[in-house]
Design a protein around this ligand. Structure first.
Ligand SMILES: [Fe+2]
Length: 288
């Protein structure tokens, strides 16, 4: 089911980050005994070409830039986010998608996100959905603040982007959690949506490819896994990480029938503020 990535490449241009631990200690790179890159001092821009079902000619080439799992807080400062925003804007996005986990755990952590993300620029807008960490405090407050900063939060609803007279549907789900199953959020989100339109679904957790396929989703974009955050190795496209014990959808592009799922590694961290063999990711999806 895993789709190898023939239509992708990774920018080698990377930026150094200097992370400060709570104790004031710098966390820079960690040697990777398995070879390759790794730690919390770099990010990658990953480019993918995605064949979206029912995509009209007018929408071909649409460039979607995506960042998830920001985790604003002690280990993701406004300066860090400013640098990400500059890099994202330099990619000249048509659409920017932000599928959740804006904050680590507190409402006030959204303020630096807003101060940085208000400068995001995309021809057809900036769209977001909530992640599980956005519910640690008050997801309604966080969503309203982001809206004031120009992020159109899609909370179990959809919107249409029009390009040269043709429409693309963006469908956003709140974090799927106890009492709020995928089915009911999805049904609410697509109520009134013309099913003949191409669609992209924002759903923070990537666990629902089978359900998304049953409902005819074209492409679902997710984060949540942080790509495993600690990756022991990559073997023929399979990521060896403890996170894979929870779900097989860890990073990259997956397909089930006509539905694809892209899982981005995100840019932030949880727990120990370090990534190992798993750099932060800005994703560029080009629709074809
Ligand atoms: Fe996260």
């Amino acid at each position: 089911m895993r789709n190898p990535t023939p239509n992708s490449h990774v920018d080698t241009g990377r930026r150094r980050f200097l992370k400060q631990s709570a104790a004031g200690l710098a966390v820079v790179s960690i040697p990777n005994p398995l070879g390759g890159v790794s730690a919390d001092d770099e990010f990658e821009v990953v480019h993918k070409r995605v064949k979206l079902p029912r995509l009209p000619r007018e929408l071909r080439g649409l460039r979607i830039v995506m960042v998830s799992d920001i985790h604003s807080g002690p280990y993701m400062s406004k300066d860090d986010m400013d640098r990400y925003v500059a890099r994202i804007n330099a990619l000249k996005p048509d659409v920017i998608l932000l599928p959740g986990d804006f904050v680590q755990s507190r409402n006030e952590e959204v303020e630096p996100v807003c101060d940085a993300f208000v400068k995001l620029r995309a021809r057809h807008g900036v769209y977001g959905s909530t992640g599980n960490h956005d519910y640690f405090d008050d997801a309604d407050y966080i969503s309203k603040e982001l809206a004031h900063a120009g992020v159109r939060m899609l909370r179990n609803e959809h919107t249409l982007i029009e390009v040269k007279g043709k429409e693309l549907a963006l469908v956003g789900l709140d974090d799927v959690r106890s009492g709020h199953p995928f089915d009911s959020l999805f049904r609410q989100a697509v109520d009134g949506l013309d099913s003949s339109l191409p669609n992209i679904v924002l759903c923070h957790k990537p666990y629902y490819l089978e359900e998304a396929s049953e409902y005819g989703a074209g492409l679902m974009v997710s984060g949540h896994t942080h790509g495993g955050q600690f990756v022991l190795a990559r073997v023929f496209g399979t990521v060896i990480t403890p996170a894979a014990l929870i779900s097989g959808y860890v990073e990259g592009l997956y397909r089930l029938d006509a539905t694809q799922l892209y899982v981005t590694r995100g840019i932030g961290t949880v727990g120990i503020p370090v990534r190992f063999n798993c750099p932060p990711e800005i994703t560029v999806l080009t629709l074809v």
